[in-house]
Design a protein around this ligand. Structure first.
Ligand code: AMP
Length: 419
């Protein structure tokens, strides 16, 4: 007996059907916004991920040396790989460039519900524009990609790292010579007790603490005006206005506590939650970021988001969403060995018509086969016996009503499609 590695999962046929269904819906929403799919390798050079985040990130990675002594890592996310791809091969493409991906990611996280060591992300990257309508479209897309799967309750929170940095500078920077990382990490973890402790330990004057925490608590534009100049607020305000008024998305919250764990974000940032999931409620995170120049490319505006696919499915299940079933439509039972070949021919013809058809492959009796068909939720069973075949007919049984009819083979497809 072998066990699954910690934090990984197997998926049953029923789970895979749900996953493919949700994936299909998400991809079609994303494509409807003009995005095109790309794929990058599952592992990359370790350096790609340490370049901006530093060596500390190695603790969170599955990294290894290959037989040639190269340092590699299983990807923990896909933005850095996509930007590497862009810099290598796609810089000359007409702008804006809209790319999406769907892939498995690996993090040496502590596993719990909604947090795994292997999980899937679907994400979008928008390259070559930072207009207000571009950012609003990106956030609207993330919202609809989730909403169109059928999930009812989601919230969007929109923050701004420029504002957060500005406030850090005016209130705290002289007390934090190592920079904002320590504070932002606590904000990102929502560990406000520890933040208060730190402020006290570092001897930050009450007034400055109050101002910084007041700013963090701002949840509307008027509040923000107390801390941020009107001219700096204009772009942020316009993006929110487009989302609310033009896209008609009402569930938007202004939130300055979004610090984003990753080190390359700047400017506008956003997160989308499914509150029904409790602790691991964050489905999606994104915003504006800088990576291209650092990867050796020509500076260009970039923004994007990554959406946790596994949590979206969990949220749908928690909301008791009814997923479509992929039960077989027709189950064919050859009554004895003499009718097997004809049964195969009929199955082939039904499948050609797109009818989901299965057939008894165990040569069991009618009773057992009917039981099996029932357990598979087959809608109809076709019983193929020698006597009916002589008259070019078969018996069709409706599994719900139990009714049986003798149908001419030439009329079978017509009968099954119209019933
Ligand atoms: P991030 O790249 O950390 O911004 O994550 C983007 C999204 O991926 C999150 O909002 C989660 O929905 C999902 N996610 C991140 N880490 C995990 C994990 N360990 N297991 C499952 N989903 C995750």
């Amino acid at each position: 007996m072998f066990n699954l590695p910690r934090g990984t999962r197997d998926f049953t046929p029923e789970e895979m059907e749900k996953r493919r269904y949700v994936e299909h819906h998400m991809a079609s929403t994303i494509k409807s916004f003009g995005y095109r799919e790309i794929q990058t390798p599952t592992f990359e050079t370790l350096e790609l991920f340490t370049a901006k985040s530093g060596d500390a990130i190695i603790d969170e990675l599955y990294s290894f040396k290959d037989k040639g002594g190269r340092d590699l890592a299983l990807r923990p996310e896909l933005t850095a790989p996509v930007m590497r791809f862009y810099v290598e091969k796609l810089q000359m493409e007409p702008k804006p460039l809209k790319l999406f991906y769907f892939g498995n990611c690996f993090r040496y996280d502590r596993p719990q519900k909604g947090r795994y060591r292997e999980f899937q992300q679907m994400g979008c990257e928008l390259i070559g524009t930072s207009t207000t309508e571009a950012l609003a479209e990106l956030i609207a897309l993330a919202y609809y990609a989730i909403k169109n799967t059928g999930l009812k309750n989601i919230d969007i929170r929109i923050g701004n790292l420029d504002f957060l940095n500005q406030q850090f500078k005016t209130c705290l920077s002289e007390y934090y010579p190592a920079g904002a990382n320590e504070v932002f990490r606590l904000i990102d973890k929502e560990d406000f007790n520890e933040l208060h402790n730190q402020f006290d330990n570092y001897g930050i004057p009450e007034e400055k603490q109050k101002k910084f925490l007041g700013f963090l608590g701002s949840n509307n534009i008027n509040d923000l005006k107390k801390y941020i100049q009107v001219k700096d607020l204009k772009r942020y305000e316009e993006i929110i206005s487009i989302l609310k008024n033009d896209y008609g998305i009402s569930k938007i919250k202004i939130e300055m506590k979004i610090a984003r764990g990753l080190d390359y974000y700047k400017g506008l940032v956003f997160e989308i939650d499914a509150p029904i999931l409790g602790a691991e409620k964050q489905l999606c995170g994104g915003g504006e970021y800088d990576l291209v120049e650092q990867f050796g490319g020509t500076d260009v505006s970039t923004s994007g988001f990554a959406l946790g696919f596994d949590r979206t499915i969990l949220a749908l299940e928690t909301e008791n969403y009814t997923f479509p079933s992929y039960d077989i439509e027709v189950y064919i039972i050859p009554v004895n060995e003499t009718t097997i070949r004809k049964s195969i021919e009929i199955a082939k013809n039904l499948r050609k018509e797109g009818i989901l058809t299965d057939m008894d492959l165990l040569r069991r009796g009618i009773g057992k086969s009917l039981k099996y068909a029932n357990s598979k939720n087959a809608k109809k069973v076709i019983i193929i016996g020698p006597e009916e075949l002589e008259k070019n007919s078969v018996v069709v049984k409706d599994m719900k009503s139990g009714e049986q009819e003798i149908i001419k083979i030439s009329n079978l497809i017509n009968k099954l499609k119209n019933n």
